[in-house]
Write a protein that binds this ligand. Sequence first.
Ligand code: GDP
Ligand code: MG
Length: 143
Amino acid sequence: MAIERTFSIIKPDAVAKNHIGAIYSRFESAGLKIIASKMVHLTKEQAEGFYAEHSERPFFGALVSFMTSGPIMVQVLEGENAVLANREIMGATNPAEAARGTLRADYAVSIDENAVHGSDALASAEREIAYFFAADEICPRTR
Ligand code: GDP
Ligand code: MG
């Protein structure tokens, strides 16, 4: 098993509903360690840059507007197969299709306000971590 790092966001809807602690508890119960964390309120430019891969999609404007609507929590999770493990904890993008017991089944209301983000691959995890965190803001506990 490989120890990986992945990038996670608790989106504005879940922060507004006071679900930060419940969601952190899910990560920790699954064996993922939070090795960096902060609250930020994205500017339009930051949200557009983060989601640049979706810039041609019809929902891009709605996505940027939602992601800038309130503060978010951003965190780096570390653990065995962290990228896939976090995607499993999150559940499907559309909460209507998310498996029981996943974060999106329990905390998301719609495909556009779906509680959490998680990197979809190791390469995107590296890029997304670097988008939000300087090296000295990350505190690995697996040394
Ligand atoms: P994820 O990796 O599971 O978050 O899904 P994607 O990378 O495909 O999409 C990024 C984000 O864009 C999703 O988490 C949703 O917030 C939003 N999104 C994706 N598809 C749709 C859609 O069809 N409509 C709307 N309104 N938002 C969407
Ligand atoms: Mg994605």
